[in-house]
Design a protein around this ligand. Sequence first.
Ligand SMILES: Nc1ncnc2c1ncn2[C@@H]1O[C@H](COP(=O)(O)OP(=O)(O)O)[C@@H](O)[C@H]1O
Ligand SMILES: [Mg+2]
Length: 326
Amino acid sequence: MNHNLSTMKVSRLLRPLEAILDGEPRPALLLIAHRLTPTNAALLRAFRRRGVRAMLVHPERLAAKETEAAVGLARPDVRPTLDGVEPGIVQLRRREQKGLPLLNPTDSLIACHDKLVTAQRLAQANVQQPQTTLVTGDGPPDHLEPPLVLKPRFGSWGQGVALCRDRRELERRLRALAAEPWFQAHGALAQEYVESGGRDLRVIVAGGSAVGAIERRAAAGEWRTNVSLGGSRHRTVLSEEAATLAVAAAAAVDADLIGVDLLPTGSGHTVLELNGAVDFTHAYSLGRDVFDVAVERLAALAGLAGARTDEHNLLPQSLALQPAPR
Ligand SMILES: Nc1ncnc2c1ncn2[C@@H]1O[C@H](COP(=O)(O)OP(=O)(O)O)[C@@H](O)[C@H]1O
Ligand SMILES: [Mg+2]
């Protein structure tokens, strides 16, 4: 059978059925991103389970007329070159200027992706974090002593994150960084090293609630916990203290859906970083499915019609997972 033809038939059939069930067209959710990652696909499926029409839209397609009646959820990531955010900020700002609703507003996304802005916003909100400062080509920071961590401002996947145990390692690393385009463009962050035994906690915060969490453990011989560097994920119980801290960190940057990474300290936790386009899996669930709870919070926040769970039965998987054309 011709796949496109069957997809078209299904979507034509669905429209009148929706109209009968609803009486009026429901607003849609636009997941604004460059790729249909597993996390983005799982979010779209969860919205659809709630009866919210949801689709992936590339930022460059945002200006199209049919996207205006919808609520956006901004999820552009940092660039793989670690020198900034993926294209789309201009289009997101334009959308906001038109007064169109956007979850994870542009300023919030930038405050997560630029670790210098993250540190400033957390400090303004009195949220606990390691001491952090910007270093440029002018040499070592004057008020932070090793051991400390040097990292790109727009970093991810643990790339370029280096532990400098003493002054010599710090100076050597700074000399090496001088040749890095991301360092030349933005400098790097120097951060107090928090001894945490190669473990951290990633908390998913949606609509002001902690909805999921996982413990990450660094691979043998590695101090960074990133899964992309061989780190492993372990189910965890989220303490009241960690949940409260994660929610406060999300509030400090006005984020609607983010991942808050927490480092354990002797007495509790401190905020390591914020992930504006956070990746997570069903393993983050703390009881109910993390995607269902996240989407419930976001739908409530944005006034998206939901609560009906029958639509996914009408949508074949092939239609549910079509990325929007660029
Ligand atoms: N200040 C720090 N103290 C202790 N560990 C750190 C510190 N900064 C980073 N790390 C470790 O390095 C990993 C990567 O650093 P992070 O700041 O999260 O950058 P990225 O955005 O690349 O993930 C963290 O998950 C953590 O394990
Ligand atoms: Mg990280």
